[in-house]
Design a protein around this ligand. Structure first.
Ligand SMILES: Cc1cc2nc3c(=O)[nH]c(=O)nc-3n(C[C@H](O)[C@H](O)[C@H](O)COP(=O)(O)O)c2cc1C
Length: 448
């Protein structure tokens, strides 16, 4: 079906469009499933709501959380979601996606300590409980840009779909460099544990470095080619973290890159979903004792409609947002059924505005996932979880409108947040950063 902007005035109108699109998308009239408790790694979580990792690009030059980082996490923590999945945090300076990406190391550790305490205090005073916190560890690979105006692209393999846009200036990262990088993840995990975070996420999504490795079919050497080689880095990192600390381990993984084999993970020769390998990986993680995985799809630079359905994208999406959401949610369901002991966090609800809670509840009722994550919605409406838990739903006038301005902020070098619902803080930043340009008009910011 053709792309359409959100215009529903009643849940029934959404259900009618879902029927017209002929997709199976669970929509529950009740949001009660989101208020059910859950046990995760032996800890009690009071609801099924998750703040997704959302990069704010607002750290200091050294990588410490700064004023706006504290503000964002204070708002998320007060908002009542039982799980706060914190944004991409670099494990090396070279692997930062932008010069203000947070970077946990021995010199920034004190501010991370403070941030962890700030989250606990804000949630305790607003909700009488503390959220389970996951710190997402990352290396940005081909999207590394640690210095203003310059990039430090670190590709792991050639890719005809992506190379033209990231224009790699250096050769692919060597096997020896990769092996050393595995240790950087373990070092960051030790620091994260010391700062009081509950878990680290070994980020393997959105075609950043580990996600690229999963799809490195044409790479030579120990980390490319076979399934065993392509998953080696990820599995080694888990073992190295386990050897050095008892912090809980989780992963955010792409299940489908939407890029034809041999250049995409979870994709066949036509770029359609082919989930045998992602399922095999999930079963291996289950055997290794991993109990928390957050599943997503696509590449935010190359094909953003695949992983974050929206009203406005850098291009007109080739399909209706309910079709994009349904594809992702069905993939998540498939992976959940492959590894039932793993608690799965699902993605894809912000475009649905307040009805995102009905879709998320429907998915949990039908056991497609265990928890529901909200990304752009968290920027717009940081207390969405409290409204769902206390009042049974969200308010339309506080919801994300899927306008893509938070992504524009990132792409144009600003600090990211909601330009519409948090305008006093972010509208001036957006005006200055974009200077009248949009992602549609700027081919560097949009790669499709
Ligand atoms: C501005 C911005 C920053 C993001 N930063 C991260 C990140 O640090 N790590 C990550 O895994 N995903 C990140 N995402 C993706 C979101 O977590 C989420 O998958 C996506 O927005 C789709 O969910 P939604 O429809 O609820 O927004 C980001 C998305 C946006 C728009």
């Amino acid at each position: 079906m053709k792309h359409k902007k959100f215009s529903y005035r009643h849940l029934d109108e959404l259900k009618e469009d879902i029927a017209r699109a002929d997709v199976d998308l669970p929509v529950s009239d009740s949001t009660d499933a989101l208020t059910l408790p859950l046990t995760l790694y032996g800890k009690q979580l009071s609801n099924r709501l998750v703040v997704h990792p959302m990069e704010g690009c607002d750290g200091t030059a050294a990588g410490a959380p700064d004023e706006l980082t504290f503000r964002r996490y204070g708002r998320f923590a007060s908002g009542g979601a039982a799980l706060l999945w914190m944004e991409a945090c670099a494990v090396t300076n070279e692997g930062r996606a932008n010069p203000r990406q947070i970077f946990l190391n021995s010199s920034t550790r004190k501010e991370f300590d403070n941030l962890s305490r700030h989250i606990r205090q804000a949630s305790e005073s607003a909700n009488g409980s503390v959220p389970y916190t996951v710190l997402q560890l990352t290396h940005s690979g081909r999207y590394s840009k640690p210095f203003a105006g310059a990039s430090a692209i670190v590709p792991v393999d050639e890719n005809p779909y992506l190379d033209a846009f990231t224009n790699p200036k250096r050769t692919v990262i060597s096997d020896d460099e990769l092996e050393m990088l595995e240790d950087a993840y373990a070092t960051s995990a030790v620091l994260a544990r010391a700062c009081g975070f509950n878990a680290v996420d070994v980020k393997a999504c959105h075609r950043y470095l580990l996600s690229e490795l999963l799809a490195a079919h044409t790479r030579k050497g120990r980390y490319g080619g076979s399934f065993e080689n392509r998953t080696r880095f990820l599995l080694n990192v888990i073992d190295k973290i386990n050897a050095r600390t008892d912090i809980d381990i989780s992963l955010r993984i792409n299940a489908y890159d939407a890029m034809p084999y041999p250049y995409g993970w979870g994709s066949d020769e036509n770029g359609e979903p082919s989930l045998d390998e992602p399922k095999q990986l999930l079963r291996l993680l289950e055997i290794k004792g991993i109990r928390l995985v957050n599943i997503t799809t696509g590449n935010p630079y190359y094909n953003p409609h695949i992983g974050r359905p929206g009203d406005i994208a850098p291009y007109v999406a080739p399909e209706h947002p309910v079709e994009s959401a349904a594809r992702m949610l069905h993939i998540i369901k498939e992976l959940k059924s492959a590894a039932p002991a793993v608690q799965i966090v699902g993605t894809g609800f912000s475009w649905f505005r307040e009805y995102g809670a009905n879709v998320a509840a429907g998915c949990i009722e039908r056991e497609w996932m265990d928890m529901a994550g909200f990304g752009r919605q968290s920027f717009a409406y940081p207390d969405f979880a409290r409204d769902i838990v206390r009042n049974g739903g969200m308010q339309r006038n506080k919801c994300c409108i899927a306008c893509t301005k938070c992504t524009e902020l990132m792409r144009f070098g600003g600090m990211a947040g909601c330009v519409v619902r948090d305008a006093k803080t972010y509208l001036p930043i957006w005006r200055e950063a974009t200077n009248g340009q949009t992602m549609m008009s700027n081919k560097i910011a949009c790669h499709i």
